[in-house]
Design a protein around this ligand. Structure first.
Ligand SMILES: Cc1cc2nc3c(=O)[nH]c(=O)nc-3n(C[C@H](O)[C@H](O)[C@H](O)COP(=O)(O)OP(=O)(O)OC[C@H]3O[C@@H](n4cnc5c(N)ncnc54)[C@H](O)[C@@H]3O)c2cc1C
Length: 361
């Protein structure tokens, strides 16, 4: 490792937060992002109360960005819904709005942003022409999928991995009324989908479904929704205005439950590269911001050599929330699991406890 600037790879929440933290510590970074424009990443767009506190600590005020206040969770098992208050208010916010605010803050603090698809070799980063990018330390925040040269174990996503599917909907008056201040989780065998209002008069539907379940429905989201509408009338009502040619976004092989426990000196893994919590918990962005904070703290105190100890500690720190979210997810996607979960959620205090156990402190 040289005495050059720190290098951040990836401009999602983990990378942008690391760049902000590095600049706040007096060492603005070079951030390299493969996409030239900020997209609206496939995500449920639910920001927990902890995530909102972390954004504020970075100097990003979520209330100034917009979004929709969320105070209640509705767990819906086909026809029956169990509604519970969240421990604290949360927010429905599009990734476009949040990622833009974070990157703008990083740039305002002195971060330089360049565009390239980075490849790793050990703890060294290379641009597309194979030229090494000098760095005093590398903060790898390239998200849930593999980065060439810094791969996860092949089976990280498990034998029947989850596929993420997202649909943006116009917030019609009926939908806006139904979703006012609440996030809905529609549960079914093999998957679940969250629906929440966001900024820009839109609603976001985001589903995680096992690959085998999607295949059983013919492999296409439209086929799966057609099947679900027969047994899930509330979901059908929410999607009443879905066009026949609805454009779904999809990502495959989400490595839910995976955690990094080791790394090389000089290579700090952040966000989904550090651990991938099942999206049922709505805490992935929280982990992204928490890992940025922990990694930059470790680097400031111990330099590049501190990376392996940071990774070990952070992996242990998120173990509880990742395991709890994994158990809830496993239960909800089993045959009859949704109705068991809905009954458990009706026990006073149970939802609040699960909400707390799946947060990263
Ligand atoms: C279906 C689903 C729903 C979810 N819903 C929620 C939710 O409601 N709430 C919540 O908190 N979390 C949710 N999550 C989790 C959340 O989306 C992730 O945890 C979060 O995006 C992780 O942030 P990140 O910065 O690590 O990665 P990302 O957001 O994926 O950002 C990675 C960035 O790195 C860039 N990049 C990748 N490779 C390279 C490369 N080689 N060189 C340069 N740049 C590169 C990418 O273009 C991207 O901009 C959900 C996840 C899924 C799958």
């Amino acid at each position: 490792m040289s005495s050059a600037r720190p290098l951040v790879i990836g401009g999602g929440p983990a990378g942008a937060a690391a760049a902000i933290r590095l600049a706040m510590a007096g060492t603005p970074a070079l951030l390299v992002e493969r996409n030239r424009t900020i997209g609206d990443a496939l995500c449920g767009g639910f920001l927990s109360w902890r995530t909102l506190d972390r954004l504020r600590a970075l100097g990003v005020d979520p209330d100034a960005i917009g979004g929709h206040r969320v105070t209640r969770l509705a767990l819906i098992d086909g026809t029956r819904e169990t509604v519970r208050a969240l421990p604290y208010p949360a927010l429905g916010l599009s990734r476009y709005a949040m990622d833009t605010a974070l990157i703008e803050r990083a740039i305002a603090l002195g971060t330089e942003v360049r565009h390239a698809t980075v490849r790793m070799d050990g703890a060294e980063a290379f641009d597309e022409s194979g030229v090494a990018i000098p760095a005093s330390a590398v903060f790898l925040a390239s998200g849930k999928h593999e980065t060439r040269g810094a791969s996860r174990p092949r089976d990280a996503a498990g034998p029947d991995p989850f596929v993420g599917i997202r649909l943006r909907l116009a917030a019609t008056p009926a939908l806006a009324r139904a979703l006012d201040e609440r996030i809905e989780m529609h549960m079914f065998e093999g998957g679940y989908c969250g629906v929440v209002l966001q900024d820009g008069a839109s609603a976001n539907l985001c589903m995680a479904v096992r690959k085998s379940r999607l295949a059983r429905a013919g492999g296409k989201p439209a086929g799966l929704f057609a099947e679900l509408f027969a047994t899930h009338p509330i979901l059908r009502e929410r999607l009443a205005e879905m066009p026949d040619d609805a454009a779904f976004d999809a990502i495959g092989h989400v490595p839910y439950g995976w955690r990094a426990r080791e790394t090389l000196p000089g290579l700090f893994r952040l966000g989904d590269q550090a651990g991938c919590i099942p999206s049922f918990a709505g805490e992935g962005i929280g982990i992204a911001l928490a890992s940025a904070e922990a990694a930059v703290d470790a680097w400031v105190k111990g330099g590049a050599e501190a990376a392996p100890e940071y990774q070990r500690r952070f992996g242990a720190h998120i173990a509880g929330p990742v395991r709890t979210a994994g158990l809830v997810t496993k239960l909800s996607v089993r045959p009859s699991g949704a109705s068991v979960l809905a009954r458990l959620a009706a026990i006073p205090g149970a939802t609040g406890l699960a909400g707390r156990l799946t947060r990263v402190s």
